[in-house]
Design a binder for this molecule. Structure first.
Ligand code: TXA
Ligand code: MG
Length: 331
């Protein structure tokens, strides 16, 4: 059903103004966008993604001046952080404006909002003249898309329009923050690191693993997963040795000579977190298509952006004891 893959924001705006859903590029991942003023478009987003209605959406705005259209009682720290990081991958959970639809907030009193940093999407927001609600453009639980091609392969049957802005610059989702007792709390790790946040507002706390009642369902423990079982292991080399002869693919953070007869993908030859983040989802998408029985990936050094990447890998991977099929791997 995809009729249009375009770089024209005019065309994309035309569809959004007619209450349609359009896939949009951002610097993090592609989103499935609808006008925040169209419940019809908002419902379509949930249907397309097969996303439960209890999981709220992020609102994308064209600048700080639009914040008050969607939020009220905005703390000064939001303006301080926005001055530093917007446009960019930082999402705030704020008290919602009464006009914000329950579809967006899942009936909560808060709304998630950010100003994305992609020239086409910023232009689009201006043309549409309304904020856009957009979750990542993937079926619920699967890997987020970082190219128009990923979106196409997920939604070719049901979506009409993709605004193609090329591969995403950062490659993992935005950092989500909120306030508890006036203190900044990080609910989802992302491209803006804890260190970067602390350089603006001082100490922040981290609450990303709430298993029972996640504040942000990006906090659900199983998420961002490929179809092929993915094992996260710090012993990748010895595990690969044990599995010799099996149909296994390996993903390494940086280049080194393993001397093992496997299909090996390297996320960043020179060991850069930024480059690895940019390639991570695309690599998982590609490895997932290759028909392996199992994928092995190693964790990143647990600092800076490496922490956000490890968070995604933990959610994308099976626990070692879960994977027993074909006797490929059983711990
Ligand atoms: O980088 C990103 O954030 C991308 C691009 C498209 O902007 N969007 C994205 O959206 O990752 P999504 O829906 O995949 O993840 C948004 C997360 C979800 O885990 C959702 O539960 C949480 O934000 N969220 C949204 N509104 C919330 C609210 N009011 N309170 C708590 N969590 C909220
Ligand atoms: Mg998502």
């Amino acid at each position: 059903m995809i009729k249009i893959v375009t770089q024209s924001t005019k065309k994309a705006a035309f569809y959004l103004q007619r209450e349609k859903v359009v896939a949009i590029p951002t610097e993090t991942v592609y989103g499935l966008a609808g006008s925040i003023y169209s419940d019809k478009a908002l419902r379509t987003i949930f249907e397309l993604k097969n996303r439960p209605y209890y999981n709220p959406l992020i609102v994308h705005i064209d600048g700080v001046s639009s914040l008050e259209r969607v939020a009220v009682n905005i703390p000064q720290k939001v303006y301080d952080l926005a001055a530093q990081f917007w446009p960019g991958p930082l999402t705030f959970i704020l008290e919602k404006h009464p006009s914000v639809s329950d579809y967006i907030t899942a009936g909560r009193s808060t709304v998630a909002v950010r100003m994305p940093n992609h020239p086409l999407t910023l232009e689009l927001l201006q043309k549409v003249g309304a904020p856009l609600a957009a979750p990542s453009a993937n079926p619920f639980g699967s890997i987020s898309p970082t190219t128009a091609q990923h979106v196409f392969s997920y939604f070719k049957k049901d979506l009409e329009v993709i605004l193609d802005g090329g591969p995403c610059e950062f490659g993992i989702e935005s950092t989500i923050v909120g306030f508890e007792n006036n203190e900044l709390v990080v609910y989802r790790l992302g491209s803006i690191t804890l260190e970067a946040l602390e350089s603006v507002v001082g100490k922040v706390s981290l609450k990303t693993y709430a298993e029972d009642h996640p504040k942000a369902p990006g906090m659900l423990s199983k998420h961002y997963a490929p179809q092929t079982p993915l094992v996260l292991t710090s012993q990748i080399e010895s595990l690969a040795q044990q599995l010799l002869g099996q149909n296994v693919g390996l993903i390494l953070f940086q280049k080194r000579d393993l001397k093992l007869p496997y299909s090996i993908e390297v996320l960043s030859e020179k060991g850069s977190f930024e480059e690895a983040a940019k390639h991570l989802y695309d690599t998982l998408h590609r490895m997932d298509q290759k028909g392996f029985d199992l994928l092995l990936i190693e964790p990143f050094p647990d600092e800076g952006l490496g922490r956000a990447l490890n968070d995604r890998l933990k959610r994308a991977s099976v626990t070692e004891t879960h994977y027993t099929s074909k006797n490929v791997f059983c711990v």
